[in-house]
Design a protein around this ligand. Structure first.
Ligand code: HEC
Ligand code: HEC
Ligand code: HEC
Ligand code: HEC
Length: 441
């Protein structure tokens, strides 16, 4: 079939079925599409293995040293040798976790042997090419300044600079995908609960610096935009798993990992239930983890208020559908997924200036007053959102050093209230959140 008729059919499908979206290749398949030459191919001292940053280079060139010393990804495979990993593997009956596919899929650069170059080693854990893509075609060329970033991307360099693509990449391990799942069985065997926020996690152990040279080569960087995009992509990702026939449902139950953990795992003496407008559900009902969908409404506060109302209505419809039937749940999930997908380009292109930061904080605080953050996963996302906004205030240069210090200490106070997921209080959290908002410009 020629290109033209493929495009025509795609257009026809779009006209007939508005929810039909041409599936983009997944982050995992993009990463795996070229041979992985191994971390040793990157770590030469004149390449990325310098001990100190290079002066007149576009990039730091000590990325390998930073990754090896500070980045948990470098030790992700070694983790599989720990007592904790062995206990998980024993509970699951999967043999040695260091070679079990279900573990190395996320704790190493898990690609087929035919795609491994001579210097590839599984023990390198989540290495350079797990995120930057197989370097077979770009390794030799990419250090040449006459070769553009776009050329490298054409040759298989993964666009980690692009927030939507980066979110999909990180979430392929930090939430999982239908083919690479961290199931409730694995959690039950002892795996820690996963949580992720794109902006916060991008800056926890960075081996990169975003300055003028970076912007000249790759375009604008904005942390709040990354936060915003990350919420949309994470919501999509959860709905993709939920609607996947093999990953989303196990026997008579949907996959429990997609639900709010603390909806089930809490003390019977707790008596902490209260209504949430975001679910519309009554007491005693297990609810889907809607933390990202909830945050996506705050994302939309400065971008498109009507769309935020639509997302609220469709999220409530999804929650309600989970109390009715599998068919109703799948249909509601697909509707919400389509809305988020339609909104993502505008969210990614929006200019998150000072006014929008205030709109986001106001929207977040208004939901606190309605009691929306009773679920731990939501409170945790709110804290990371607040961090993203505080960093933006600092970077905008709108606040002086005293204001910045006050905001930082209020942020620390907010995080302190959720330090222990088993013993935290939504009242204390909301009070700390209001104090933070009061310190914002
Ligand atoms: C191939 C899977 C994989 C990909 C892709 C991936 N990660 Fe990870 N990440 C992991 C694993 C596994 C760990 C835990 C490592 C350990 O402690 O053994 C981790 C840990 C982290 C941590 C440390 C978390 C903590 O609690 O200290 C951060 C931060 C992080 N990842 C950020 C990211 C970001 C940002 C991206 C996307 C650019 C990303 N990761 C992509 C698998 C992955
Ligand atoms: C879908 C991806 C995924 C799969 C599959 C997965 N993990 Fe993980 N694992 C992670 C991520 C991401 C983290 C880091 C969580 C964080 O800190 O935010 C992690 C953390 C861990 C930790 C805690 C590490 C620490 O430093 O505290 C252990 C232990 C672990 N995983 C073992 C396993 C074992 C054993 C398996 C196989 C049964 C497995 N994991 C499968 C993604 C995965
Ligand atoms: C967990 C994912 C992840 C891993 C693992 C990783 N990187 Fe990165 N890398 C990123 C992200 C995200 C960025 C920042 C966005 C960008 O510039 O594309 C980045 C940026 C860079 C940059 C700067 C690019 C520029 O244009 O300024 C270099 C160089 C780099 N990484 C090299 C490496 C090397 C070498 C390794 C292995 C030792 C490695 N990375 C491992 C995610 C990763
Ligand atoms: C629908 C209710 C439900 C939800 C939602 C749920 N769980 Fe569970 N969980 C259970 C049940 C039931 C068991 C089995 C308890 C048993 O074996 O006695 C369990 C067991 C566990 C265990 C093992 C506990 C033990 O005593 O060994 C862990 C850990 C766990 N779940 C973590 C999680 C995490 C993390 C999430 C959220 C991602 C989650 N659960 C969501 C119902 C749930």
């Amino acid at each position: 079939m020629n290109r033209c008729s493929t495009a025509l059919i795609a257009m026809l499908m779009l006209a007939l079925f508005p929810a039909f979206v041409i599936a983009a290749p997944s982050a995992v398949s993009a990463i795996e599409s070229h041979k992985h030459m191994g971390v040793a191919s990157c770590s030469n001292s004149v390449c990325h293995g310098a001990s100190q940053p290079f002066r007149d280079s576009n990039v730091l060139q000590n990325e390998f040293a930073i990754w090896q010393e500070f980045d948990p990804h470098a030790k992700a495979w070694q983790t599989l040798g720990s007592d904790a990993s062995k206990a998980i593997a024993r509970n699951l009956g999967i043999g040695d976790p260091a070679t079990a596919k279900v573990c190395i899929d996320c704790h190493a650069d898990s690609i087929p042997e035919s795609m491994q170059g001579d210097r590839f080693q599984l023990s390198d854990g989540v290495g350079c090419e797990s995120c930057h893509g197989g370097s077979e075609l770009w390794l030799n060329a990419h250090a040449d300044r006459s070769v553009s970033h776009a050329d490298n991307v054409k040759n298989g360099l993964y666009p980690t600079d692009q927030p939507i693509a980066r979110a999909r990449l990180c979430l392929s391990c930090h939430m999982g995908t239908p083919d690479r799942m961290i199931t409730h069985r694995i959690m039950g065997a002892g795996h820690p609960r996963l949580s992720f926020e794109l902006d916060t996690f991008t800056w926890l152990n960075p081996h990169y610096k975003i300055g003028e040279a970076w912007v000249a080569r790759k375009g604008e960087w904005n942390g709040v935009r990354d936060w915003a995009v990350g919420q949309g992509v994470a919501s999509e990702n959860l709905l993709d798993i939920l609607t996947d026939p093999k990953a989303g449902w196990k026997g008579i139950f949907p996959e429990l990992v997609l639900f709010d953990c603390h909806a089930c795992h809490k003390l019977m003496s707790g008596r902490k239930w209260g209504p949430r407008q975001g679910t519309g559900l009554g007491p005693g009902v297990v609810r889907l983890n809607d933390a990202n969908a909830l945050m996506f409404r705050h994302v939309l506060a400065p971008v498109d208020k009507a769309a935020a109302a639509r997302i609220l209505e469709q999220t409530r419809a999804l929650h309600k559908a989970t109390t009715q039937s599998q068919d109703a749940t799948l249909a509601a999930a697909r509707r919400l997924r389509a809305s988020i997908t339609e909104l993502l380009p505008a969210v990614a292109a929006f200019d998150y200036g000072p006014d929008s930061l205030d709109a986001i904080l106001a929207s977040i605080e208004a939901d606190a007053k309605r009691g929306e953050y009773r679920d731990y996963a939501s409170a945790e996302q709110v804290a990371m959102a607040a961090q993203s906004v505080v960093v933006a205030f600092e970077n905008d240069g709108q606040i002086n050093a005293d204001q910045a210090a006050l905001l930082r200490s209020r942020l620390d106070d907010l995080y302190a209230t959720i330090k222990d997921e088993n013993a935290w209080s939504v009242q204390r959290f909301n009070t700390a959140l209001s104090a933070l908002r009061a310190a914002a410009p």
